[in-house]
Design a protein around this ligand. Structure first.
Ligand SMILES: CC(C)(COP(=O)(O)OP(=O)(O)OC[C@H]1O[C@@H](n2cnc3c(N)ncnc32)[C@H](O)[C@@H]1OP(=O)(O)O)[C@@H](O)C(=O)NCCC(=O)NCCS
Length: 184
C-alpha cells in the first residue's frame, strides 16, 4: 500500500469533504454550519488559507486523509507572536490506525519548518500529539480563553528556542470564530 502526501488541489475538494465527514462523524460531529468539514472550506475561501500546508494523503488515486494548518497568533501582554495551528486533521475511518495520520502530521511539520514557521499549536488528544514532541502549551504559559491550564492545548518548537519568551493567549484565524466571536 503506497501512501503519497501532496498539496490539495481543487479536484480533491469533494473527496476531502467526504474524508473529514467520515472521520469526524465517527467521533460525534454533526451536520451543522460549524463542523470540521465546513471549517476546512471556510479556511480555503479565506485569506488565511495556506495551500503549501493543506495536504492530502492518497492511496492509488483516492484521497484517504487530509490535514490543514493556518496562521495563529499568541497574544501576550505587550507583544503578539506569529505561530501556526494544526487543524483539522482526518483520516477516513476505513484507513485509520495504519500510520496515515502520523505521515500527514510529520509531513506538515517538515513543510512548516521549511517555510520558516517557528512554532506549532494544536488542540487535541495528549496521547496522540505527544508522539510528535508536542508539550503542554501551559509549559510556556500559552493558554486559550484565559485558561492557562489546558490538558489539551499543545505546542511544538519548530526551531530551537522557537517559543523562547513567548507566552499569551491563542487567537485562531477568523474562520474559527462565529459571528459572535465565539470559537467554534
Ligand atoms: C486522529 C487521526 C487523524 C489519526 O489518524 P490515523 O491514521 O488513524 O493515526 P495513525 O495510524 O497515524 O496513528 C495511530 C495511533 O494513534 C492512536 N490514535 C488515533 N486516533 C487517536 C485519537 N483521537 N486519540 C488518541 N490516539 C489516537 C491510535 O491508537 C494509534 O496508536 P498506536 O500507533 O500506538 O497503535 C484519525 O484517527 C482521525 O481522523 N480521527 C478522527 C478525527 C480527529 O479526531 N482528528 C483529530 C482532532 S485533534
Amino acid at each position: 500500500m503506497e501512501i503519497s502526501i501532496r498539496k490539495e488541489t481543487q479536484g480533491d475538494y469533494e473527496q476531502i469533504r467526504d474524508v473529514i465527514k467520515s472521520a469526524f462523524k465517527a467521533i460525534g460531529e454533526r451536520d451543522n454550519e460549524f463542523n470540521e468539514w465546513n471549517l476546512a472550506e471556510r479556511i480555503r475561501e479565506s485569506e488565511y488559507y495556506i495551500n503549501d500546508l493543506s495536504l492530502v494523503a492518497e492511496i492509488g488515486g483516492t484521497v484517504v486523509g487530509h490535514i490543514m494548518f493556518t496562521p495563529l497568533k499568541i497574544k501576550g501582554d505587550k507583544e503578539c507572536y506569529e505561530s501556526l495551528d494544526l487543524a483539522p486533521v482526518s483520516v477516513h475511518t476505513d484507513f485509520q490506525s495504519q500510520g496515515i495520520g502520523k505521515l500527514l502530521v510529520r509531513s506538515g511539520i517538515e513543510i512548516a519548518k521549511r517555510l520558516g514557521y517557528k512554532s506549532l499549536i494544536v488542540m487535541g488528544d495528549p496521547k496522540y500529539y505527544q508522539n510528535f514532541g508536542f508539550k503542554l502549551a501551559s509549559d510556556w504559559k500559552i493558554g486559550l480563553n484565559n485558561n492557562f491550564d489546558s490538558k489539551y492545548l499543545f505546542a511544538l518548537e519548530l526551531v530551537e528556542g522557537g517559543l523562547d519568551g513567548v507566552s499569551g493567549i491563542v487567537e485562531y484565524c477568523p474562520p474559527f470564530y462565529n459571528e459572535k466571536g465565539e470559537l467554534i
